[in-house]
Write a protein that binds this ligand. Structure first.
Ligand SMILES: NC(=O)c1ccc[n+]([C@@H]2O[C@H](COP(=O)([O-])OP(=O)(O)OC[C@H]3O[C@@H](n4cnc5c(N)ncnc54)[C@H](OP(=O)(O)O)[C@@H]3O)[C@@H](O)[C@H]2O)c1
Length: 284
């Protein structure tokens, strides 16, 4: 049995879909049973619980051999993911798969990548088999700019001329499903990226081509952007951590592509042009 955490979210949801498409039924830990209905419709089993509540996690882990550890960024993420690892080990899980990020490395200096790296190290020290899924920037992050693209034909983010090999969460789900249900992925880290290394000016060109109208990227002043973010991310720790991560991206932190996605899935990753076409109704 596979236990998924984070399956009501973006990448966990896509992982659940990709597993179901492969005919693999998993158990999913959900906080709100109502949010589990779509996962149940895919054939997955629901376990109601919270990563911070050890008793509910222990119950969900009964009979589980592989676990996907995937939680959103917060000040509690590192502690909760370490606890999930320890509970998994106590319950007899054999293989831990962690949703990490490409920026997570020993030399990381900002809170989110440092937390991911600390959890990665904790998992590697646990003695369990492990796999780290380390994605680049999600294309789905750009859905936050959909209103501006629709209304103003422009979007503003604080990435300057920084480049990312952004990738579609659907592809992250496909790659993660392969790691969970396929063979030979033990004790490996996969840095998965989209097909193209793009500045956000170049990303705007892909939007223009896909939507048939000129879309412009306007680099945001980071200080002004952080003021706007107060409404979106009221938690100060989270807002500052995201601000630091964005500065790293602007400075070239996600500046490479890899072949790991193709190795895992045997196909090319989804392009930004395709992503924009698939969500065109939100952008125009
Ligand atoms: N965005 C990027 O560009 C990017 C790039 C690389 C890596 N990442 C990493 O990807 C991860 C986020 O993935 P995502 O965007 O797919 O997440 P997401 O859409 O924010 O979903 C988070 C999931 O975690 C669940 N969750 C939250 N707190 C929980 C708790 N206490 N117990 C159990 N479940 C809980 C949520 O459940 P509810 O539905 O109940 O809230 C939801 O299913 C982060 O660790 C981030 O660092 C992101």
């Amino acid at each position: 049995m596979i236990l998924l955490t984070g399956a009501t979210g973006k990448t966990g949801g896509e992982t659940a879909k990709a597993l179901a498409a492969r005919g693999v039924k998993a158990r999913v830990l959900v906080r709100d049973p109502a949010k589990g209905a779509a996962l149940q419709a895919l054939g997955h089993e629901i376990a109601v619980g919270d990563a911070s509540d050890a008793a509910s996690v222990k119950k969900a882990l009964a009979g589980v051999e592989r676990i996907l550890i995937l939680l959103p960024n917060s000040q509690q993420q590192e502690a909760m993911e370490k606890q999930l690892t320890d509970l998994a080990k106590q319950s007899g899980v054999k293989h831990v798969v962690k949703m990490s990020s490409m920026e997570a490395m020993a030399s990381a200096t900002t809170p989110i990548p440092m937390a991911h790296w600390a959890v990665e190290e904790h998992i590697r020290r646990s003695g369990l088999a492990w796999t780290m899924v380390k994605p680049n920037f999600f294309m789905q992050n750009l859905l936050g700019s959909a209103g501006s693209i629709k209304a103003n034909k422009s979007f503003s983010l604080p990435f300057g001329n920084g480049r990312t090999a952004m990738m579609d969460a659907r592809d992250i789900g496909a790659a993660t499903a392969e790691v969970l249900a396929g063979k030979g992925h033990e004790n490996r880290s996969y840095e998965i990226t989209g097909p193209e290394l793009l500045t956000f000016h170049e990303a705007a060109e892909r939007f223009s081509a896909a939507l048939g109208t000129k879309i412009t990227y306007v680099p945001a002043d980071p200080a002004v952007f952080m003021e706007i973010m107060k409404k979106v991310l009221p938690n100060e720790w989270h807002r500052n951590a995201v601000g630091q991560l964005f500065r790293e991206i602007a400075e070239g932190g996600l500046n490479h592509t890899t072949q790991d996605f193709r190795k895992l899935t045997g196909r090319d990753p989804i392009s930004l042009t395709q992503f924009v076409r698939d969500h065109a109704q939100l952008f125009q």
